[in-house]
Write a protein that binds this ligand. Structure first.
Ligand SMILES: [Zn+2]
Length: 315
């Protein structure tokens, strides 16, 4: 009887093998499923392992997607963003990529998108620029004077958060950083300029060159000259470069201003001495004669336009 039972069990065992083998064959696709065997822990382990292992995989790809349609790699910032980080090292605390977009965090903790993603006409790029708009145009360093095409205004747009962090947030804060820089005119004069971000040092370097110019060019250096003035740009609500202590206006007899031209048609030539323009541009100042809406006695310290990435046509 016992033998008969054993024989029966053996027979069942033989029959069971193919069945188990059958189960064993299917584990292929269900490879993770057999994991539950450690039944005691099964309740937690399988849930955690496959659960977490699979979920991150999907979002990781989702995150990679949008990034790849900006520059090539996620850790590669837009070229022109480096113009700002190089020119304003103390004002910019960090730069970060998130969800395919780039953000700049400033010294005071404010975070600003590099690109706000809005389509703008040329007027809105001036009145409400994002950081990218402010350095989108090439500034033609050291080029000969040439009429400027409509829409070409490199440097006319200033981002208020960047400038507040570089030179002071509000009139009092800007004033706290102003220093008097002696000006090389026949009559004693000085210029109030910001000591922040290397601005006053750059102006002193310009002045060293201006002091050597021939008399013909030097007549443009005679007072009256204007520098710091906490004011908005005429006809707008935007602060001018003068409000940050980084701009200087030379003698009006050597300059031209677009609002004085009737009808406004752009500038064909300028009375500003080329040697003066060269001296300023050599030290990181832009000239208002490079703007379609020109202001040719205006010079402004804007080192971002002289960074290699902003001297390249590539956006
Ligand atoms: Zn000016």
């Amino acid at each position: 009887m016992v033998r008969a039972l054993l024989a029966l069990l053996a027979l069942l065992g033989l029959l069971a093998l193919p069945l188990l083998a059958g189960c064993g064959a299917s584990p292929g696709p269900l490879a993770e499923v057999p994991a539950p065997p450690p039944d005691g822990v099964g309740g937690e382990v399988p849930r955690q392992v496959p659960g977490e292992a699979e979920v991150p995989a999907a979002p990781a790809e989702v995150v990679d997607g949008p990034v790849s349609d900006t520059p090539p790699a996620e850790n590669e910032a837009p070229q022109r963003l480096s113009c700002l980080t190089a020119a304003y090292p103390d004002a910019i605390r960090s730069v970060e990529a998130r969800g395919g977009a780039w953000f700049v965090t400033f010294r005071d903790g404010r975070e600003v998108p590099w690109d706000d993603g809005r389509d703008k006409d040329s007027e809105t790029r001036l009145t409400d620029p994002d950081l990218e708009d402010t350095v989108a145009q090439l500034y033609p360093v050291a080029g000969p004077f040439a009429p400027v095409a409509e829409g070409d205004e490199p440097g006319r747009a200033r981002h208020p958060v960047l400038f507040a962090n570089a030179y002071g947030d509000g009139e009092r804060a800007v004033r706290a950083h102003l220093v008097d820089v002696p000006w090389p005119s026949a009559a004693p004069a000085s210029v109030r300029f910001s000591s922040e971000n290397g601005a006053a040092d750059a102006l002193r370097a310009v002045i060293a060159t201006l002091s050597e110019l021939p008399a013909e060019a030097r007549r443009c250096l005679e007072p009256p000259i204007g520098s710091f003035s906490y004011r908005q740009i005429r006809g707008t609500e935007r602060l001018s470069g003068h409000a940050y202590g980084i701009a200087i206006d030379l003698n009006v007899s050597c300059g031209e201003y677009w609002r004085w031209q009737r009808p406004f048609r752009g500038l064909e030539d300028s009375r500003m001495a080329k040697a003066i323009v060269d001296a300023f541009e050599a030290e990181g100042f832009i000239w208002g004669g490079r703007w379609h809406h020109y202001d040719t006695f205006h010079f402004e310290y804007r080192p971002e336009f002289f960074a290699p990435a902003c001297q390249s046509e590539e956006p």
